[in-house]
Ligand binder design. Structure first.
Ligand code: OFO
Length: 170
């Protein structure tokens, strides 16, 4: 049986992961509108990964005989100014999610919930990758500056990203 405080913070993390999916979908729609279909693909694949992140928490709570508490998902921002601005927002958002995951790790330690402390390690590593991905794209976009042909070619690259499901226990 999971401790109530840990259960609460895990349920709030489910909400944050589903909000992340909403945010990436809003960004994907923006990229679609401005004709950057590769960027639209990249952010849509990321949205699917965020749903997986939420579902892994969902399944874990059930496995620990806890109660899943699905909460209201905020409306994401919908208007964006440029690809660079979008990825700067992504980077800020992922740093926020990292701090939220760190709080889960600290709380599970304080509550001596070693199963959750161990479980959350996957998210700690995943956040390193999420922040690094955003930073990598920011660096490239800054390097391209106003070079539209570089952006066009990079869009093709991002169009290659494919979705690979992450799930609890595999
Ligand atoms: Fe779930 O990692 Fe991004 O938000």
């Amino acid at each position: 049986m999971i401790n109530g405080k840990v259960e609460n913070v895990l349920n709030s993390q489910i909400n944050k992961e589903f909000y992340s999916a909403y945010l990436y979908l809003a960004m994907s729609a923006y990229f679609d509108e401005i004709g950057l279909y590769g960027f639209a693909n990249w952010t849509k694949v990321q949205a699917k990964e965020e749903v997986d992140h939420g579902m892994i928490l969902f399944d874990y709570i059930i496995d620990r005989n806890g109660t899943v508490d699905l909460r209201q998902i905020d409306v994401p921002e919908r208007s964006f100014e440029s690809p660079l601005q979008v990825f700067e927002k992504i980077y800020e958002h992922e740093k926020y999610v990292t701090s939220s995951i760190n709080e889960v790790a600290h709380l599970s330690e304080d509550e001596c919930d070693l199963a959750t402390r161990h479980f959350i390690n996957w998210y700690i590593s995943e956040q390193v990758e999420e922040e690094a991905n955003a930073l990598d794209i920011i660096t490239k976009l800054k390097m391209f500056g106003d070079d539209k042909s570089a952006l066009y070619l990079y869009d093709k690259d991002l169009g290659q990203r494919t979705y690979m499901q992450h799930s609890y226990k595999n």
